[in-house]
Ligand binder design. Sequence first.
Ligand SMILES: Cc1cc2nc3c(=O)[nH]c(=O)nc-3n(C[C@H](O)[C@H](O)[C@H](O)COP(=O)(O)O)c2cc1C
Length: 208
Amino acid sequence: MDPMEFSQVVRTRRMIRNYDPARPVPEEMLARVLGNAVRAPSAGFSQGWDFVVLRTEGERAAFWEASTTPGREPDNWLLGIQRAPCLIVCCSSPDAYLDRYAQPDKGWTDRDAARWPVPYWDVDTGMAALLMLLTAVDEELGGLFFGVPVEALDTVRAALAIPTDRNLVGVVSLGYPAPDRKSPSLRRGRRQVGQVAHAGRFGTPLAL
Ligand SMILES: Cc1cc2nc3c(=O)[nH]c(=O)nc-3n(C[C@H](O)[C@H](O)[C@H](O)COP(=O)(O)O)c2cc1C
């Protein structure tokens, strides 16, 4: 397989919500997905991320049982995602950042979370998740990033033995794509560069 052009990877990436359950993710592909994830940038090179990889039927079933409402009839979305042969639960560690920035070269010894303009621990884990999604495209796999419902956070944490000091940033599902429906959200249309890029000051559209 020839490597895909980077711009083609970016342009063909879309969230895949149905998978071929008969085709597991080959181990070497999973290794590349995770190997690229740990190349993500991180504030202070804190790298405060962890990824819980669920590959067996039992591991995935434990996740789905913990993350879905008991007795709820699965909708098409859930049926499609539940066919994914691999789930990667992406966790972030606020403490890794507070500890790192308390070191002498940073000097924020008060470990005050108010110093952080946004939670960089979650930002960085999101960057790693994006690298997984892009690598999936490069490997001709499909992927989806989705969130764990707030009411299921504790049960998922318990089911997967994720320590309580970790945030559950989201889950990347991976697998060979099966026919699916594109997100209806895409009908909103993509905001174009001229609408979102401002020249010099907010409100002056950047014309390129
Ligand atoms: C932070 C985040 C959370 C998302 N959560 C979900 C989700 O829970 N379920 C889902 O089907 N898609 C989810 N998506 C996918 C978005 O719906 C999708 O990225 C968007 O509609 C654009 O489509 P595309 O990624 O296929 O281009 C999420 C995306 C992001 C970045």
